[in-house]
Design a protein around this ligand. Structure first.
Ligand code: ATP
Ligand code: MG
Length: 256
């Protein structure tokens, strides 16, 4: 694999297509990941040598008690945060070879992120929210809005395109957040508690959407504390004492 020279001219998407030819290879390959938060004199070790490999097109669910480090893990996987140690390859890029600019470009090309609290921009329409990631790709406004409208249609919210987040229900906000994660057609979706605070109907809608996206051969890493949601994934893992392990029957029964 060639190293990326992260210049404005680098066309990462071509490289990503080439990496996609590695059939069956791990698209996410994290090994020995350490992440400790330091606040003054207090050190909070959160990820303690964590390993994770995810195959292209696989849907992995990760549970774990509150504060176990699930969002921290997703931030590292999504290149929003850096591990203190360990190796991380994503779609065959060695993340440690990239500077901030290269990481931002890779994230923008490859990863769709659905945040735990959806993080929609306030006082900004659903359509504009969904179009935001395309700004960083240099897509022109007209084309941005066209693609954003298509993504909103995909999540069944064309009729809410002009609504601000404050004018949407929780489930609708979550679907807008999914549309925003989708708009750049990312190979990998990282989803943090997609159904937290949603009722059964809205949960079913979001899950149906994730099923559909998984059907498109997209790779999904999903954090959830809900058993009924986790069971939709191909593989179940638990974040436990800073590392990931396969979910056991006892975990499933305990309903983390
Ligand atoms: N920026 C930060 N600075 C210091 N400590 C942090 C920071 N972010 C998270 N932590 C700590 O790291 C630990 C893991 O937090 P994280 O948000 O990853 O947990 P989580 O598993 O996602 O929890 P939840 O299920 O409640 O969302 C917690 O103890 C938290 O207090
Ligand atoms: Mg969290």
């Amino acid at each position: 694999m060639d190293l990326i020279t992260p210049t404005a001219e680098t066309d990462i998407s071509e490289d990503i297509d080439r990496a996609g030819a590695l059939d069956g290879a791990a698209i996410v390959d994290a090994r020995g990941i350490l992440r400790t938060y330091v606040r003054g004199l207090i050190e909070v070790p959160v990820l303690k040598g964590l390993d994770l490999r995810v195959r292209r097109g696989e849907w992995v669910a990760c549970t774990g008690r509150s504060g176990s480090g699930k969002s921290t893990l997703l931030n590292v996987l999504g290149l929003l945060d850096s591990a203190d140690a360990g190796s991380y390859r994503i779609a065959d890029y060695d993340v440690s070879d990239l500077d901030d600019h290269g990481r931002a470009r890779l994230r923008n090309e490859l990863i769709g992120f659905v945040f735990q609290l959806h993080n929609l921009l306030p006082r900004t329409t659903a359509l504009e929210n969904v179009a935001t990631p395309l700004v960083y790709r240099g897509v022109g406004r007209r084309e941005r809005l066209r693609r954003a409208a298509a993504a909103l249609e995909r999540v069944g919210l064309s009729d809410r395109a002009d609504h601000d987040p404050a004018e949407l229900s929780g489930g609708q906000m979550q679907r807008v957040a999914i549309a925003r994660a989708l708009v750049g057609d990312p190979a990998i979706l990282l989803v943090d508690e997609p159904t937290g605070n949603l009722d059964l109907t809205a949960t079913a809608e979001v899950l149906g959407l994730l099923e559909e996206l998984h059907g498109d051969d997209r790779t999904i890493v999903m954090i959830t504390h809900e058993e009924d949601v986790a069971e939709h994934a191909d593989r179940r893992l638990v974040l436990d004492d800073g590392v990931l392990r396969p979910a056991t029957a006892a975990d499933v029964a305990r309903r983390l």
